[in-house]
Design a protein around this ligand. Structure first.
Ligand code: ATP
Ligand code: MG
Length: 335
């Protein structure tokens, strides 16, 4: 049995004004069957590029410059177009941030739900029934009313439930959720996260969950990868990462999470000071050094390898043994 996803030293460039900007560099990660993997990083770190590259749907100026992406063993870069379409249709489902964009505004939910099942080979009447059942499975009460509705008649949270139902309908090998709760209010966000958690158990789906918010990942994911300027700087079991981060960037992300009982101005930071480097001007040595509280000369000359710091736990920091000396939050309250 192949893993749901295997990225091996995946690198991606975007061509801008005659220059190839490296946006992903040697990203290696594996998502086993049934596992939920959280990919976290600031805006611009390359999270969506990972999701697009592994489906071979990069924008026209983007290309995989080296490395491989395999979905259930299929090497995405070398599949012929016919096979690629089949693998995408059967094995991969993606849920984006904006459910409004995934739904056709001029068709009822019923038409769109049953179309998914018709493509999978069901008859018209059967497809409608299965669509309605699928809505019930994502905890939509009154599915027949929702089937008759147009997208704009539903709330954002309800639309996202419908999109998730459509994604799960084909029982994909890999379900990608790219910031599925960004833009929803906090209550709805919690509901959608609960739903994904429940569906994970029910469907046993393998999940790539992309978010800039470690808190959203905390309750949901088994493993976490932390992306910074296109590099996976830390990876490990979610509990281990939250309890004992071994990269200063991860510690910084944890420090920025809202904490129960602490008001703003009481030592809580909203963001890590400074900005990530733009893809065109990546510093020599460690990419995080310019913003890092632990950085010293070695960090500005020598690129850190992925140090093994525990079972299944890696960190690209020369000084991973000192990260615990940085202030960070030991426990994470899931959003
Ligand atoms: P966000 O949290 O904002 O969604 P992200 O982590 O998903 O960010 P990406 O969208 O993957 O980041 O973008 C990674 C980098 O690549 C960014 O610097 C972005 O500006 C750049 N980029 C994205 N698409 C293109 C493109 N088509 N051409 C050139 N640069 C691009
Ligand atoms: Mg993105």
């Amino acid at each position: 049995r192949h893993p749901a996803l295997e990225l091996d030293r995946l690198s991606v460039d975007y061509r801008v004004r005659g220059r190839d900007l490296p946006v992903l560099k040697d990203v290696t990660l594996t998502i086993r069957r049934g596992e939920a993997y959280g990919l976290v990083g600031e805006s611009g770190s390359g999270k969506s590029t990972v999701a697009l590259a592994l489906q071979r749907v990069l924008p026209a100026n983007g290309r995989i410059s080296s490395g491989t992406a395999k979905v259930r063993g299929y090497d995405i870069a070398t599949l012929d177009p016919h096979e690629l379409r089949k693998v995408r249709a059967r094995e991969i489902a993606m849920v984006f941030q904006d459910p409004g964009k995934a739904l056709n505004p001029s068709l009822t939910i019923g038409r769109q739900m049953s179309e998914v099942f018709e493509i999978l080979g069901a008859s018209r009447g059967d497809a409608w029934t299965r669509g309605e059942e699928m809505l019930a499975r994502v905890r939509i009460s009154g599915p027949s009313r929702v089937m008759a509705s147009y997208p704009h008649q539903l709330s954002g949270g309800m639309q996202q439930r419908v999109v998730i139902a459509m994604a799960l309908a084909k029982d994909p090998a890999l379900l990608i959720l790219d910031e599925p709760t960004t833009g929803l209010d906090a209550t709805i966000e919690a509901e959608v996260l609960d739903l994904v958690q429940a569906l994970r158990r029910e469907f046993g789906a393998s999940i790539l969950f992309i978010s800039h918010n470690l808190g959203a990942i905390a309750g949901l994911c088994d493993r976490v990868g932390v992306l910074y300027a296109g590099r996976l700087v830390e990876e490990g079991d979610a509990r281990e990462i939250f309890a004992r981060p071994r990269h200063p960037y991860t510690a910084g992300l944890l420090r920025c999470l809202p904490r129960a009982g602490i008001r703003k101005g009481e030592g809580q930071l909203d963001t890590i000071p400074g900005f990530p480097p733009p893809p065109g001007s990546i510093p020599v040595g460690c990419v995080f050094a310019p913003r890092c509280g632990l950085a010293r000369d070695r960090c500005r000359t020598e690129t850190p390898p992925l140090y093994g710091v525990g079972p299944g736990h890696g960190s690209r920091c020369h000084f991973h043994d000192e990260v615990h000396e940085l202030p960070h939050v030991g426990t994470v309250a899931a959003v």
